[in-house]
Design a binder for this molecule. Structure first.
Ligand code: ADP
Ligand code: MG
Length: 729
């Protein structure tokens, strides 16, 4: 009898490093080779058209159709010269990932003559078959189809023979059906609000933009082993599996050398990423076995997010070539670290100032403190919403477990910044701000030491940490479209800056001095935002209690956390900033609940199949062997002797019997719970039922299955084990 696990292991051990598609020349020779950059556009499109285009793009105006028509001709020429035959509108549906609809550049007309398909119209707007993408009821409500439209702020690029056009995806009535649309709206709102606040400090500031530097964590697993684990294939995570005796205790993987096969994969991945214009920079092992990380240099948040989505698909493609599968799931294995996608976020002016970095002069420092404190206020007011922006059926298993941020949003500032805020809180305006005869400002107490910039004061347990010149939102999941988190953060901060400006302006209009008003309002905020600041251990049970006392959102059930999108404060904030309408918020929550239900439903079914088809048969077989052995022993030995001889066998036989019985019983109850959940009247109730009744049964079944794995003869076990998934490469 063949055992699929051993077959898979044999194949996996046979897999040697695959030859890398070697880079040609230096990085600068191939960086962004597959991207129609502004530099290349100059060769294909006339200068006056480009000037108009870029002016519109940089100021967030709609592109005129005539301009799009001319640009389209240039794009097509470049793409065809590179060997492209097809084009696609590349968009970001609410299901996650990206979607594409491919069309050829040419078709034949009815006389069989070659006809160009790609006009300005095709660049500008397309109608993907939207019915298959979730809209959370928007299309039903508005009886309209969706269309995708070019986002000219993100350059077009090639994947193989296909020209990819980054697009937004919206209903005909204008409602967003994707992540990109509200992300763009949120950056517009944020940049406007931030510029207005900058005007207090520096009138030269014309633009502010948000930066994002993501750190993508992932696991690699040999493809043969992956294919022998139906749960990994169908759900992206292992639904059972006993911890390996050696896992991450020694943390040796973190410091260890990268294995040859993995290195070959990484080299090719980097080459592909760089050709696609993604400025990847770091590669290293992560803490868990077979876990790695990749991070680029930060970029404008919209482009950075496109690049993150692109890298996720490039990773999958390159991994397949190297006979690996990349696991982007937040928690592929229980008991070891999960994967996140730390989102490093900052605000930058067109004058080159990072608004979240301590400045060189008192004005810049007061400006820095202003933005820092307003971010704290925004995160405090919307901590529940920010959590909603990162939760999912997959991230649920990571939050609050091994080295992952807890399911309570708080902000880590570190000793130095905390000290500065504490000092300001207790200072009087007169001693804090000294304005001399030359109208120069001096900050008495807010002087911030340079040393901050290489801030090494780190706290891994914080979901949202200040790291010297940026905030790092760490609760974001590795498989997520980080646009969801970024748009919530951008919008919340935009709203807060609007509130701040209103308050300050009102007092300045009454004749109060600007510096004093700024100082006093900031001081008031420092007191008001105390409950979001937490530098302690986020894993401790004391923190959970304290956070609840502070009034922070401590809900852990994903379906209930999703409710935060519909909290009055969220609806008002998204409405005021123009990022998402109430109808859009309803549709988004609906999609989130629906996706949650589907994911848990699939997992539960796969689990049922696995225990019935793999775990129980292996257990039965081993039990039968033991029973036969008992009988044989009885025939050979005397009754006195067999009593002690059989003791151990009996005990194992009984354990197998009891775990198997518990599994069968659990599967029955799980199936019943599923059926009951499916009968709930709406997606929210279904999601709650899946969370409250199906998930706990899955955990219960798993426990028994994992016990059986430890008992049953290794030769009979058919599911690839954790130690093999994690250590074979
Ligand atoms: P870590 O110590 O957290 O692993 P890295 O040096 O790997 O930090 O950088 C993490 C990410 O932070 C990178 O993508 C980097 O480009 C980004 N980053 C650095 N400075 C900023 C900034 N001012 N704004 C946004 N992202 C930044
Ligand atoms: Mg980091």
């Amino acid at each position: 009898m063949s055992n699929i696990r051993f077959e898979a292991l044999k194949t996996a051990f046979g897999n040697k490093p695959v030859e890398v598609n070697e880079p040609e020349g230096k990085v600068k020779d191939y960086f962004a080779r597959d991207v129609f950059t502004r530099e290349k556009m100059k060769e294909y499109i006339s200068q006056d058209v480009l000037e108009q285009l870029w002016d519109d793009v940089d100021n967030g105006r709609t592109i005129h159709r005539d301009i799009a028509g001319v640009v389209a001709i240039g794009i097509r020429k470049w793409a065809i010269e590179q060997g492209a035959t097809h084009f696609t509108h590349w968009f970001q549906p609410l299901t996650g990932g990206t979607a594409e609809k491919h069309d050829a550049f040419f078709t034949l007309d009815k006389h069989g003559a070659l006809m160009e398909e790609f006009s300005g119209e095709a660049l500008y707007q397309q109608e993907p078959d939207a019915s298959s993408f979730p809209s959370g009821g928007i299309r039903n409500t508005f009886e309209a189809r969706g269309y995708s439209a070019w986002d000219p702020s993100s350059p077009v690029f090639l994947i193989g023979d296909t020209l990819c056009i980054p697009t937004i995806f919206v209903a005909y009535t204008g409602e967003a059906l994707d992540y990109k649309t509200p992300l763009i709206r949120s950056t517009a709102a944020l940049c406007h609000a931030a510029r207005e606040v900058c005007a207090y400090f520096d009138k030269q500031v014309k633009h502010v933009h948000a930066n994002l530097g993501w750190e993508q964590e992932y696991f690699l697993v040999d493809e043969a082993l992956y294919n022998a684990r139906p749960d990994l294939m169908l759900t992206g995570r292992t639904l059972m599996g006993h911890n390996s005796a050696k896992s991450q205790q020694l943390e040796d993987h973190y410091f260890g050398a990268i294995p040859a096969r993995v290195l070959a994969f990484m080299r090719e991945l980097e080459y592909e990423a760089l050709k696609a214009g993604i400025p990847v920079r770091t590669r290293h092992n992560e803490v868990a076995p077979n876990q790695f990380e990749m991070a680029p240099i930060y970029e404008d948040v919209n482009l950075a997010n496109d690049h993150n989505l692109l890298i996720m698909s490039i990773m999958e493609r390159v991994a397949e070539k190297h006979h690996f599968r990349v696991l982007l799931h937040e928690k592929p294995y229980a008991g070891v670290n999960g994967s996140g996608k730390h989102c490093n976020w900052s605000l930058q002016t067109n004058t080159g100032v990072n608004l979240l970095a301590p400045g060189k002069n008192p004005y810049q420092n007061l400006q820095f403190i202003t933005f820092l404190v307003n971010v704290l206020m925004a995160v405090q007011r919307h901590n529940g919403l920010l959590k909603a922006s990162i939760v999912s059926a997959t991230n649920e298993h990571r939050l609050g477990a091994n080295e992952a941020p807890p399911a309570i949003i708080s902000v880590f500032l570190g000793k130095q910044i905390s000290a500065v805020l504490d000092k300001l809180e207790h200072a009087k305006a007169e001693e804090a701000i000294i304005i001399n005869a030359k109208k120069e400002m001096k900050l008495g107490v807010a002087n911030i030491p340079e040393i901050l910039l290489d801030n090494t004061d780190r706290n891994r347990t914080s979901p949202f940490a200040f790291t010297g010149n940026r905030f790092e939102f760490r609760a974001v999941g590795s498989s997520a479209n980080c646009g969801a988190a970024m748009l919530a953060l951008n919008a919340a901060v935009a709203e807060q800056l609007m509130i701040f400006k209103e308050e300050v302006d009102k007092r300045i209009e009454k004749g109060e001095a600007k510096e004093r008003v700024l100082f006093e309002v900031i001081k008031k905020y420092i007191v008001a935002c105390k409950s979001i600041r937490f530098d302690g251990n986020g894993y401790s049970s004391e923190w959970k209690e304290e956070a609840a006392q502070r009034g922070l959102d401590c809900e852990t059930s994903v379906p209930l956390v999703i409710d935060r999108y519909l909290a009055p404060s969220s609806i008002e904030m998204f409405g005021r900033t123009g990022v998402l309408s109430e109808a859009e918020l309803h549709s988004r929550s609906e999609v989130k609940w629906e996706t949650y239900v589907k994911k848990v439903q699939i997992e539960s079914r796969v689990m049922g199949d696995l225990v019935v088809n793999h775990v129980l048969p292996a257990a039965k077989r081993y039990q039968t062997m033991l029973l036969q052995n008992v009988l044989a022993v009885k025939q050979v030995f005397s009754a006195d002797e067999t009593a002690s001889l059989n003791e151990m066998d009996y005990s194992i036989i009984r354990q197998i019997e009891s775990h198997s019985g518990a599994i069968l019983d659990g599967v029955e109850r799980m199936t019943a719970a599923r059926h009951k959940a499916n009968r709930q009247p709406d997606e929210r109730s279904k999601a709650i039922a899946y969370h409250d009744t199906v998930l706990p049964l899955m955990a219960e079944i798993r426990e028994h299955a994992d016990e059986l794995e430890m008992i049953v003869d290794d030769e009979l076990w058919t599911l690839v084990k954790y130690r093999e998934l994690q250590f074979v490469h």
